[in-house]
Design a protein around this ligand. Sequence first.
Ligand code: SF4
Ligand code: SF4
Length: 143
Amino acid sequence: MKNSEILTCIQCGTCHASCPSGRYTSLNIRRIIRDSINKDVSTDPELWMCTTCYNCQERCPRGIKVTDAILTLRSEAARGGKILPAHMKICRSLIETGHAVPIDDKHRSIREKLGLGIPTHRKALDEVKILLESTKFNELIEE
Ligand code: SF4
Ligand code: SF4
């Protein structure tokens, strides 16, 4: 990624030390920032382990927009057809049902227990589809 702001990174590690996801996964945001300067990180699965909590961005002593950089890298990866299979499944569910979490028997049961009822989402789904198509999101996940 060509981003002059990232070139000012001093590899202090504050971003990684602030990263809640990095405590439970192999995500090392400092390493991704470093590698993104001169390598293609679009196939790096750790790119998708960030929860976009913005801790790293708020704490970077250089004021580097670290989380925004992750989102840019993900967008580039998605445009190159490199969305991970698990995320692809969620994307398809979103387009087909309007929900990232499927309304299957298991989730129906949970909703009923919580008194949430079953969503009737025809109109909302149509609106979601219009939005996704207007951004060409649907084209990213076509076979
Ligand atoms: S906190 Fe900022 S300066 Fe420090 S390693 Fe992370 S991106 Fe680089
Ligand atoms: S925005 Fe992502 S990389 Fe930054 S601290 Fe949060 S989970 Fe970690």
